[in-house]
Ligand binder design. Structure first.
Ligand code: SF4
Length: 376
């Protein structure tokens, strides 16, 4: 009997050697299978755009494995099987529509580059926690200098017109930041576009005025260093970030975090805790296949790095980076468009993709999170 198989428009079909992977970005169902000669031909025809993701099949050509494949496709709602009829069913494979190009006059292009700037993190410096974990996470590390307010304020003025760009000030040592009061007074116009990160033991310093100004507040916890500090000053509205390095730290952080609505756990690699990361952080194949990755993110993985795209980091010495493991793109005296253009040329972070080494030919690379950069 002749049948017709049509894949749904949210179902991706990827191939690698003798394997294929179907993934529906709407219901997050996936199915990985080994190609038989029949399925190889079927996939080839499905990927032929002129067939509109819909192909006729003959029951007599199939074996048990092929029939099982069709059952899985139906059961997981990856596509639909009908009797072949007069009316042909059509569908379309997931398509990427790039609405904003890079073509045009050079001054127009420059504006477009700056539109990609979505956030700037300022490390305010000072006496923070031990360990240089800022390569892995937004971490209140110890720095011998403070980012001077005289340099910060003019830079914020340069950023202010770019309404899509948010700003975060991360204080390692808020209590001793020079002229903090004057800085806070000048931040009011930023309202929701501005957020402040502060160590938990210093959260009380922000409590008086940050709430009323509408700023986002993030409390940074390492419960193995500071215990439950900060929870009495802030609680339900703010985001709480718990840095964890081992099982004991994770258990303690989980206890402190209980009942808080906005919590993130951020694992840190110390060089000695690989077992902890393997157990709690690294994704297994099964976890990757069961992850809920939207169509937008699948496409994004192909063109930009979803961790870093659009983000800049300013260090206490005024150097501007797209990733701290790479050389600076310039400093606070550089024009913004020079900084963004430098990242476009160097590609230290924003478009670092899974298109190198073994990832190039990996069946799961569209679902795999964008790579984190490492120091070179
Ligand atoms: S894309 Fe790269 S990192 Fe991800 S699963 Fe494949 S080989 Fe591993």
């Amino acid at each position: 009997m002749k049948k017709n198989l049509t894949l749904y428009p949210d179902t991706f079909l990827w191939t690698k050697d003798a394997f294929e992977l179907l993934y529906n970005a709407k219901n997050y169902q996936s199915y990985e299978f080994v190609l038989t000669p029949f399925l190889s031909d079927l996939s080839h025809r499905l990927l032929d755009f002129s067939n509109f993701y819909s192909v006729d099949i003959d029951d007599e050509d199939m074996d048990e494995a092929d029939r099982d494949f069709l059952c899985q496709v139906e059961n997981r709602h990856l596509g639909v099987l009908r009797e072949a009829g007069i009316r042909k069913t059509v569908s379309l494979p997931p398509l990427l529509c790039l609405q904003r190009g890079r073509k045009g006059k050079s001054d127009f292009m420059m504006d477009e580059f700056l539109l990609d700037l979505t956030s700037v993190l300022f490390y305010m410096g000072g006496n923070g926690w031990e360990g240089q974990f800022q390569l892995q996470a937004e971490y209140p590390f110890r720095s011998p200098e403070y980012l001077p307010v005289e340099r910060l304020l003019p830079y914020l003025e340069k950023l202010y017109p770019f309404r899509q760009c948010s700003v975060r000030l991360l204080f390692s040592d808020m209590a001793h930041y020079p002229r903090a009061g004057m800085l806070m007074d000048r931040l009011s116009p930023w309202e929701k576009r501005l957020s402040l990160s502060v160590r938990a033991s210093e959260a009380g310093l922000l409590a008086g005025w940050a709430r009323g100004r509408g700023f986002g507040v993030e409390i940074l916890h390492d419960v193995q260093i500071e215990g439950a500090a900060g929870l009495e000053d802030y609680g339900m509205d703010e985001e709480h970030v718990f840095f964890v390095k081992n099982t004991a730290g994770l258990e303690a952080a989980s206890r402190f975090a209980e009942g808080l609505p906005h919590v993130r756990f951020v694992p840190l690699f110390t060089g000695k805790n690989r077992d902890f990361l393997e157990e709690n952080v690294f994704l297994t194949r099964e976890e990757l296949l069961s992850s809920r990755v939207s169509k937008r993110i699948v496409f994004a993985h192909d063109v930009l790095n979803t961790h870093y795209y659009g983000k800049l980091v300013v260090m206490p010495d005024g150097k501007v980076h797209s990733h701290l493991g790479k050389p600076p793109l310039g400093d606070m005296d550089s024009f913004l468009h020079q900084i963004v253009k430098a990242e476009e040329n160097e590609n230290y972070a924003w478009k670092v993709l899974r298109n190198k080494g073994k990832c190039v030919r990996c069946l799961y690379r569209h679902l795999c999170p964008s790579p984190m950069c490492t120091r070179t």
